[in-house]
Design a protein around this ligand. Structure first.
Ligand SMILES: Cc1ncc(COP(=O)(O)O)c(C=O)c1O
Length: 365
């Protein structure tokens, strides 16, 4: 028996509002085909591995000192990347970075949500938005999408006017459904609220839609664009998320971030990864082409497939999605049951991984 084992969660003086909740828990299983957490299937190229190794070796000799608390070098590199890829002249002052975009989202709710405040999201969407709201004691206002999972912008505008949330989450492309939102629709949503609008662009590199960073200039007190290096950048293990917003937003987050939250190792590794962005991001085109192949094949098998601008595909319809998920797993293919009745989500992998998934689908769909 391990020390303390006789105490159960129910025995702890846990906050009442956290009792009975379930933690985030995508299974991490050692199976041949891991297509359940929307990672990039291509490992870092050898040049990037060498560059990270050298950068970390250099930093290792300085680990007795705290890292740059404000991660200025990294934020400057992120600004350069985002300015170049979007055409918006963002600078270091517009950027903020943290350990994954989950931490970015948490800092946003620590600063702009909290007790007595509310956050609204269009569901189904990223499951961590309500979990982070719960952790920060922000009231969660779930608002449904259409039956086909698209966003009804007129209905959304009306809900925003009626509910006046302090924070609105708009995920584009949306996880787990895949559709992105045109900039003109986003503009209408932002104009319909006085709250903060967090546009979660975790999968933006896969989408043809323009980034919401174009709205920062017109709505500096409202628009925050959240990004991550976990997906297109193939850096999920490095844990680096970031945001672009007006400089005042970054000032607000300095009030809630923990000092030295971003380790010197993370900062150095992320800067090395950014130096190889062209190489890493070359996988985006390959993955988009594979996504379209997967969509076409699934449709050919008679599946209902939701259009996707991301590196994953939501498909159905299964009489019993949980049983279908298990059938995939029995064939060594781990996909995701996101809790939407009749649907499952698959991450686009390498051509060989997608072939394995499609071979299984032929029998299961
Ligand atoms: C929409 C969305 N936002 C944010 C994240 C968090 O990513 P990370 O914390 O790895 O940056 C994810 C991860 O799956 C996601 O799907």
């Amino acid at each position: 028996m391990t020390p303390g084992e006789r105490a159960a969660l129910a025995d702890l003086p846990l906050r009442d509002d956290l009792r009975g909740r379930t933690p985030y828990g995508a299974p991490q299983l050692a199976v041949p085909y891991q297509l359940n957490t929307n990672e990039n299937p291509y490992p870092p190229p050898p040049e990037l591995v060498a560059d990270i190794t050298a950068a970390v070796a250099e930093i290792a000799g300085t680990l007795h000192r705290y890292p740059d608390r404000d991660a200025v070098g990294l934020r400057t590199d992120l600004a350069a990347y985002l300015a170049e890829s979007t055409g918006v002249p963002l600078t270091t002052a517009n950027l903020w970075a943290a350990n994954g975009s989950n931490e970015i989202l948490q800092q946003i709710l620590q600063a702009f949500g909290g007790p007595g405040r509310s956050a609204l999201g269009f569901e189904p969407s990223y499951s961590m938005h309500p979990i982070i709201a719960a952790g920060t004691r922000t009231d969660w206002v779930p608002t449904p999408r259409r039956a086909d999972f698209s966003l009804d912008v007129d209905a959304a505008v009306a809900v925003l006017a009626e509910r006046s949330p302090d924070v609105v989450f708009v995920t584009s492309p949306n996880n787990p459904t895949g559709q992105s939102i045109p900039l003109s629709d986003l503009r209408a949503l932002v104009a319909a609220t006085s709250g903060i609008v967090v546009v979660d662009e975790a999968y933006a590199e896969f989408s043809p839609q323009e980034s919401a960073v174009h709205l920062i200039e017109d709505f500096p007190t409202q628009v925050i664009v959240s990004r991550t290096m976990s997906k297109a950048f193939a850096f999920a293990g490095g844990r680096l998320g970031y945001l672009a917003a007006a400089p005042a937003v970054v000032d607000a987050l300095l009030l809630v971030r923990l000092p030295y939250h971003l380790s010197a190792l993370t900062q150095a590794a992320a800067r090395a990864a950014l130096r190889h962005a062209d190489q890493t991001l070359a996988s985006v085109h390959k993955l988009a082409a594979e996504r379209d192949r997967v969509i076409e094949a699934l449709s050919g098998f008679g599946a209902t497939v939701v259009p996707s601008d991301a590196n994953f595909v939501l498909f159905g319809q299964f009489a019993d999605a949980a049983a279908a998920w298990q059938s995939y797993l029995d064939k060594g293919v781990l996909i995701r049951d996101v809790g939407i009745p009749e649907y499952l989500r698959v991450t686009v992998g390498t051509p060989a991984e997608n072939d394995a998934f499609l071979a299984a689908s032929k029998e299961i769909v």
